[in-house]
Write a protein of this length. Structure first.
Lengths: 305, 305
DNA sequence: CCCCGCCCCGAAAATATCTTTCATACGTGA
DNA sequence: TCACGTATGAAAGATATTTTCGGGGCGGGG
């Protein structure tokens, strides 16, 4: 069963071009120890690994050929051969293009200027990873669903709750009927009302937040079209999701909780959703946007510009 | 014998990195007809050829596998396998070189993939700008204020309200007494309670949002230390701010409201504040962080492994 | 005009590489 | 402790690559 799911997922995701490091991080938790060793080697030294055959990489990581192939599959490639090609591409990009730039962790005694630089760099990296790994087909489908939905419910708690509210605020601005639910009970209560033609969006980094999965399940079972925005596409939440949008998972450190970069990633996805929907509903969205600007204008003391 | 010579030559020339087209031209005269066909195909469509096996490329060029291998040798690679890897690298380079052309605005008819690329690029740009423009002295001072504050009130409405909540969530996690106010009336009511030793933070992009300025003024006048996070440091809000943190102002377009990039910018500033405070209060912050992780753990259905 | 020899070229054998299968060992929960 | 499911590597099986080898075109000499 589990394998079936994995294979379907792998099939749906076309071979990643340069978002490999991100994918490794995203999928690392669902990997076995041996596979993690392989993934680590691959992410750590793309150029070096590209020079190795299956057997070589297996020996290097102290595993077997089978494990290497399995890892390649999990990362979304048909086999090791293709992973190797992608690796070669990645290596070439790294070498020619931008600085590989070592992301040092933020330390307790870093001066504040370093903190700013490191944080900015990390968030930029997160954005790049997310954009590279985002499945545009799924995104397009999700946009279509939202644009056509009679009503949109968005679920998220904690840090993801803010992202849910952000999406809702934006959708409301272009005249769509959206609502963000923070309270799990109320969320479920409202989810019961949904039916075919409605849309439900669940936002959860872990992919296993019960408080968010539950309303999505109810919405799903009542016939609403469901969308999951998660960093763990193999988590339980995807069971009830018609469309899955994957956010990138950056490694966290003691001082920097995962919530920070997952939020950046989620916001990018949400922004893409919003722009996509705005494009599709441009006729109504544009006037609605201007209207909301004007309505807000008088809340500013002086026209600041 | 002839082979010996070729091998020596190949050995002396390290695998070409990206100067493949040049090499093809240089060596073309010394190639036989069939080999020229292969070389031409390779130079003309690296990406396409990288996807082909020896047999595939042989068929495409109407030649045989042997000829393909011979061509690869002539180009300086040990065999076709290595040529293929180089080809993949070249293709990746070409593609990435094309990407930076996304400076343009987002148009109504942009395909979804372009939207993703442009949004990601813009937000990255915003981050870079913000980090570069951020006054680390002011930031350091603000961090000191928050770390020492008895109580922290954060004001923000609309999109900035979410940023206010984000900051509050984080500060609460490390054991500080923080509260976000969305309701302007309640915000003012609470601001009256503040006094010296307390801190108030106002978040407003325009710098002229009355609903946010008002509570900050009250807090300021009651002796609290005040911090403004704004994109318009010359706006009214700074009158009542002891410390001003400037967020970057990106141009907005019809489809992309200013709220989008200002939010990115604000979040970076808020993250920097948070990390700074966490550093200064590390002794208490670290245990508080771990505690909040554990408290949350049981809200996840299954340990995602 | 025909013959001879050189070397380009591709078919097929030989080899390397990748993939799949299967049995074992490991860890986990009852 | 046992039973079950899962992870893992050894080896068989399938592909891809490389090598070998002989046919055949082309130019020069007879």
């Amino acid at each position: 069963m589990t394998h079936e799911v994995k294979e379907i997922f792998a099939g749906g995701t076309p071979p990643a071009p340069a978002a490999l490091a991100a994918k490794v991080r995203t999928l690392a938790p669902s990997m076995t120890r041996s596979m993690q060793r392989v993934a680590e080697a691959v992410a750590g030294d793309p150029a070096g690994c590209a020079a190795l055959t299956v057997t070589g990489l297996a020996e290097l990581t102290g595993t077997s050929e089978a494990t290497v192939v399995r890892t390649a599959r999990l990362l979304g490639y048909p086999g090791y051969r293709d992973l190797r090609l992608a690796l070669a591409g990645l290596a070439a990009q790294q070498q020619s293009g931008r600085a590989p730039a070592v992301t040092a962790d933020i330390a307790v005694d870093d001066p504040i200027a370093d903190v700013v630089a490191k944080l900015a760099y990390d968030e930029q990296q997160t954005l790049a990873d997310t954009a590279a790994a985002l499945d545009t087909v799924q995104l397009g489908a999700a946009v279509g669903v939202l644009a056509a939905a009679r009503r949109i419910d968005v679920y998220g708690v904690g840090a993801s709750g803010l992202v849910a509210q952000d999406l809702t605020q934006k959708l409301l601005r272009i005249g769509l009927l959206a609502h963000a639910h923070n309270d799990p009970h109320l969320a479920v209560t409202n989810a019961v009302q949904l039916r075919a033609g409605d849309a439900a969006v669940a936002i959860t980094h872990s992919g296993s937040t019960g408080d968010v999965i539950e309303p999505l399940r109810v919405a799903f079972e009542h016939g609403a079209t469901t969308i999951a925005v998660t960093g763990h596409p193999d988590g339980p939440v995807t069971q009830y999701a018609d469309h899955v949008l994957t956010t990138s998972t950056a490694r966290e450190s003691e001082l920097r909780p995962a919530a920070m970069s997952s939020r950046t990633s989620q916001l990018l996805v949400v922004d893409c959703l919003f722009i996509g929907v705005a494009q599709q509903t441009y006729e109504t969205a544009a006037p609605a946007l201007s209207a909301s600007y004007e309505a807000l204008a008088h809340r500013h003391r002086t026209a600041a510009r």
